[in-house]
Design a protein around this ligand. Structure first.
Ligand SMILES: *Cc1c(COP(=O)(O)O)cnc(C)c1O
Length: 235
């Protein structure tokens, strides 16, 4: 029963992502669906990964650790993204739990991830989080500080920048988020053109349940959807 509901929701979301991509003349395969699973019961997350959800994001290190303890298949069942603020003292644990860190917003954090990643010899994909003035998420680097953060990160051999991530301020009308998505895309384009990295900067992690279609129209390469997959979170 719950399985059918989640399956129908995922299929519906993939169709809406594809339609939004087509409206913008984009190939739908450029857009990845990530499940944002904070507060969701681990077995219901597992249901979604069994139905083909390949990327899942969590906001808290401890919550992810508890879920992986509870449901042992979960860690290997998807690519896990850290999408909440990460404290430097939790980096070691985070690198066990997550494959991608989307919330790098300071040199200190970048250097810490680089150091721990170097010990294990793995290159960690990261996103640089840009502050867009959201009340929910006051984290992220200010746009004018992004170039200097990028310079510092480019010297970190064990980090690979996949792109930029942001949480824009909530606007009741999803169209209100469009200028923020456009701005993040422009910031990404400028960062790419600055050639601080010896590889292209392509990723744009933006768009949540209420505004992901606008985000896809504006160039999102990965959308982070929670309530539209698993239902409303407890208030
Ligand atoms: C909760 C959360 C989401 C998903 O929000 P929904 O509105 O449930 O889709 C996406 N990104 C981040 C950073 C979140 O914390």
């Amino acid at each position: 029963m719950m399985q059918d509901v989640i399956q129908a929701r995922i299929e519906g979301l993939l169709q809406r992502i594809a339609a939004a991509a087509s409206r913008a003349g984009r190939d739908p395969s450029e857009v990845t669906l990530m499940g944002a699973s904070k507060t969701v019961d681990p077995d219901r997350i597992a249901l979604a990964t069994q139905l083909g959800l390949q990327h899942v994001g969590e906001n808290y290190v401890q919550e992810a650790a508890d879920k992986f303890d509870h449901t042992s298949s979960l860690r290997q069942s998807a690519t896990w993204h850290m999408i909440g603020h990460l404290q430097t003292n939790k980096v070691r644990q985070a690198l066990d739990l997550f494959d991608v860190i989307e919330t790098v917003d300071s040199e200190r954090l970048a250097h810490r991830i680089d150091t721990v990643a170097g010990e294990t010899g793995k290159k960690v994909p990261i996103y640089l989080e840009v502050n867009m003035g959201s009340e929910i998420s006051k984290t992220g680097v200010e746009a004018d500080q992004l170039p200097s953060l990028a310079q510092a990160v480019s010297a970190c051999d064990n980090l690979q920048v996949a792109g930029l991530m942001a949480v824009p301020p909530f606007t009741p009308d999803p169209q209100g988020a469009r200028p923020y998505f456009q701005l993040l895309r422009q910031i990404r384009d400028r960062l790419d053109q600055a050639q601080i990295f010896d590889y292209p900067i392509e990723g744009l992690s933006m768009g949540m349940s209420h505004d992901f279609e606008v985000a896809v129209e504006e160039g999102a390469t990965i959308v982070r959807l929670g309530s539209s997959i698993w239902g409303a979170r407890p208030a």
